[in-house]
Each structure stands twice: as structure tokens, then as C-alpha cells.
Design a protein around this ligand. Structure first.
Ligand SMILES: *Cc1c(COP(=O)(O)O)cnc(C)c1O
Length: 221
């Protein structure tokens, strides 16, 4: 496993380089360290190195791991990058600072109720099923305008759009499409790009890149 703080410096360099090429300000790009399945001891070196944005894909795992880490480092920002069941919406709103997986009207309603009950208004990215993959989560392209409209009516703060392009094919066209959709809707955020393609995503407008294995190494098991 690479030293995560060493890997962090390398990734920050690559982000800076992609921003230079694209004439973008690196401050426009948030690196989310995706720490799902990683123990607290693997996360601490990144906290010591100054990393503050972290991603988890399960509410229960985050609830077990992060309260203690947050006591050590109160200014951490947690991002939910995995599918969210409506019955976990309130836990998610209490625990996370940003949700990247808003994908259906029933979840809009659940998050609106959770916001009322907790008094917390958590910015959300609408996850788009960008390639129309049957087995994948995300809002179908055709349903996107209605979902955005519904979120605005429910007073959910929308941060932008998020996508997970299909595995094994060139992701650039999908990043370009997400960028265009976000521009058409008038949303500033584009959550796209992972370990294998975050440089490309930044060239195409990513504001949030979600990086796991390039920071922490391959997952075992
Ligand atoms: C796991 C995960 C990532 C990180 O993927 P890597 O290829 O390990 O960088 C990014 N986004 C989502 C939604 C994930 O579930």
C-alpha cells in the first residue's frame, strides 16, 4: 500500500497540472478522498496531511467510523457517494455535509422531511445515469428536468450533477455530457472523475473528483 500522504501529494500535483492545462483555478476543484472500507488508521495520515473532504458510500459505515475522527478533526467535510435508501435519509442528513446520490422523487421527499426535522439543509448533487445503464443507479436523462424542478420546489439546495460513467469505455464523452447538462440547468457543481480518470474529468469541468484507490491502494478482498 502506498503511503497515503505521499499519494495525496502526487494527486494534488496532478490536479494542479490539469487545472493549468485547462486554465482553471485549482481552488475550483475539491478532492474527495473516498475512504469507504478503509479503517480509521488509514485515514488519519491524510487528516494529518491536511485533507478535509472525505467520501463514504454507506451511511452505517460512516456512522461507525466518523464521529470519533470528527472529534479529532472537527472541520472535516463528509460526502455521501453511494446510493441512499429513503429510510436512511435522516441519518444521512445528520452525518453528511454533501450528498452526491439524489436520484429519484421519493428521495427528494425523504430528504426534505429530514431537513425539516433536523434543521440541516445539506447540498445535494443529482446523480445522473449518464449512459442509460439498466443495472446502474442514477436518474434517467429524460427524468432529470422534472427531478431538478421537484428538488427546487422542495427547497433542497442543489449543488450540481454527479455521474459514474460505464466501466471499460472512454469516459470523456460522458464527462462532457454531464458538464453540458449542468450548464443547461444552471448548476455550478460537476461531481465526476475517479482514480483512473480524474485528470480528464478536470479538463472537462469537474468541480469534485472522488478518488479512492489512487490514494489508499487497492482494496483487499
Ligand atoms: C468507490 C467510489 C469512488 C472511488 O473510486 P476509485 O476508483 O477507487 O477512485 C468514486 N465514486 C464512487 C461513487 C465510488 O463508489
Amino acid at each position: 500500500m502506498p503511503d497515503p500522504s505521499q499519494a495525496l501529494a502526487t494527486i494534488q500535483d496532478r490536479i494542479a497540472r490539469a487545472c493549468r492545462i485547462a486554465s482553471r483555478d485549482p481552488a475550483e476543484v475539491t478532492l474527495i478522498a473516498v475512504s469507504k472500507t478503509r479503517p480509521a488508521d488509514a485515514i488519519r495520515p491524510l487528516l494529518r496531511a491536511g485533507q478535509r473532504d472525505f467520501g463514504e458510500n454507506r451511511v452505517s459505515e460512516a456512522a461507525a467510523k466518523w464521529p470519533a475522527l470528527r472529534d479529532e478533526c472537527p472541520d472535516v467535510r463528509l460526502h455521501l457517494v453511494g446510493q441512499l435508501q429513503s429510510n436512511k435519509a435522516e441519518d444521512a442528513v445528520r452525518l453528511f455535509d454533501t450528498i452526491h446520490s439524489l436520484d429519484r422523487p421519493s428521495l427528494v421527499a425523504a430528504l426534505a422531511r429530514a431537513s425539516d426535522r433536523t434543521g440541516r439543509r445539506v447540498p445535494c448533487f443529482v446523480q445522473v445515469n449518464i449512459a442509460g445503464e439498466a443495472q446502474k443507479g442514477g436518474c434517467p436523462l429524460a427524468a432529470l428536468p422534472a427531478l431538478v424542478e421537484e428538488s427546487r420546489r422542495a427547497d433542497l439546495p442543489l449543488a450540481g450533477l454527479m455521474c459514474l460513467p460505464p466501466l471499460g469505455v472512454e469516459p470523456a464523452p460522458f464527462f462532457a455530457l454531464l458538464d453540458k447538462l449542468a450548464a443547461d440547468i444552471g448548476l455550478p457543481g460537476r461531481s465526476m472523475g475517479m482514480s483512473g480518470d480524474f485528470d480528464t474529468a478536470i479538463l472537462l469541468g469537474a468541480t469534485h473528483v472522488r478518488v479512492g484507490t489512487a490514494l489508499f491502494g487497492e482494496r483487499d478482498g
